[in-house]
Design a protein around this ligand. Sequence first.
Ligand SMILES: Nc1ncnc2c1ncn2[C@@H]1O[C@H](COP(=O)(O)OP(=O)(O)OP(=O)(O)O)[C@@H](O)[C@H]1O
Ligand SMILES: [Mg+2]
Length: 294
Amino acid sequence: MDQAEKLRNIIKANQTQPKPLARVITVTSGKGGVGKSNTAINLAIEFKKMGKRVIILDADFGLANIEIMFGTVPKHNLSDVIYQGKNIKDVITWGPGEIGFISGGSGIAELSNLSKDYLHYIIRNLAELDTMADVIIVDTGAGIADTVLEFLVASGEILLVTTPEPTSITDAYSLLKSLNGHSRFMAENTQIKVIANKVGTKEEGKNLYEKLSTVVNKYLKLPIEYLGSVPQDVQLSKAVMQQEPVCLANPAAKSAKAYEEIADILVNGPGSETVQKRGMTAFFSYFLTGKKFS
Ligand SMILES: Nc1ncnc2c1ncn2[C@@H]1O[C@H](COP(=O)(O)OP(=O)(O)OP(=O)(O)O)[C@@H](O)[C@H]1O
Ligand SMILES: [Mg+2]
């Protein structure tokens, strides 16, 4: 077989093999300020340490959380893909720990105003992310805003962050109730995993989950899983003040260890093989049109 023929065979094989899709994980909470962005960024760093390529999509329209924690100001955001004809690759900012970061800016809200053809063009562009990342973490705003719910409906895997504060638990319940009532939500296609943040002890985290899980099972008949807890940690607050994720600033801190454990469960734990890799195309297609993309 000559060189040219070999090359043709490789190209052919690449064309016929299905493209690997990224695992899309959406981080959310009922109440604001409970630790979503810290969860997103520190899990991203732990995944990277495990050899995964990671991109974070900051889908919070309010405060630009992730960029503050990165200490880097991105030059572009998703709006530039829509209005400036930029390629998705050009709006990725590479932050510390080689984590890619895309600022949603006002772009995500604008997506819903586009014509169908143009939307398909944008979705194809966004689908390129599947070739660039093994894991895409979407950091959402808190609560039951319409766009947040749409994101959750589009996600195969949701990390629900809550703290032991009573309002945080009741708001987490309300969020799940709204999600469950959404016309396009499919419980059987969605994994909901709870992280208890700012806990005093591991027990406190587990109890918090048990409480939430009892009411969710009883009134919503929705299965939720427990991923683990992250302790209240002054080292984490310090790292935030220094605009550095705790897993980089202080990997020995107790909160950093907890993120390491949670990342390990997500990658190697029970059920990790069955996690649906919907990829970015499907994610945005569900998000924007409520239908599978073809
Ligand atoms: N485990 C923890 N230990 C100590 N402080 C924490 C912990 N987790 C979060 N915090 C504090 O809570 C603040 C809010 O965290 P973070 O920004 O991650 O929350 P968020 O849910 O993304 O907030 P928002 O809803 O505003 O986007 C942080 O600045 C940090 O000081
Ligand atoms: Mg945030």
